[in-house]
Write a protein of this length. Structure first.
Length: 118
């Protein structure tokens, strides 16, 4: 197997990553996020991520309605889900929020869909 090396006359293409917003949320802020999404956003989809040993079929399907949002909040709170991805429309843009349980709270990573597409 021959490996390709880059000499000084070649330059690697620049990879442009979309801007992300990140925060670690406490329970009160997490509750407020779910309230805001339920009241002000148009939900596109809600997906749950189980634990390391969970299979996709082990988790209930969250869907895209208000019930899916409530299910996602409960699953994140009781540990049934280690992560949740919520896709929604707000203020003319589609947003993707990924929520992951961490020892210090719930980590939120938010990206605007249009920015992710380049």
């Amino acid at each position: 197997m021959k490996l390709h090396t880059v000499d000084e006359t070649e330059s690697a293409p620049e990879i442009r990553l979309p801007p992300l917003q990140e925060a670690v949320l406490d329970e009160a802020t997490l509750d407020q996020l779910f309230f805001d999404l339920a009241e002000a956003a148009e939900l596109v989809s809600v997906s749950l991520k189980g634990g390391a040993t969970a299979r996709a079929g082990d988790l209930p399907r969250a869907g895209s309605g208000g019930d899916g949002l409530a299910l996602a909040r409960r699953a994140l709170g009781d540990g049934t889900a280690l992560g949740v991805q919520i896709r929604y429309r707000f203020a003319g843009s589609e947003w993707w929020d990924t929520l992951l349980r961490t020892p210090s709270g719930v980590r939120l990573v938010r990206v605007r869909h249009e920015d992710a597409l380049g």
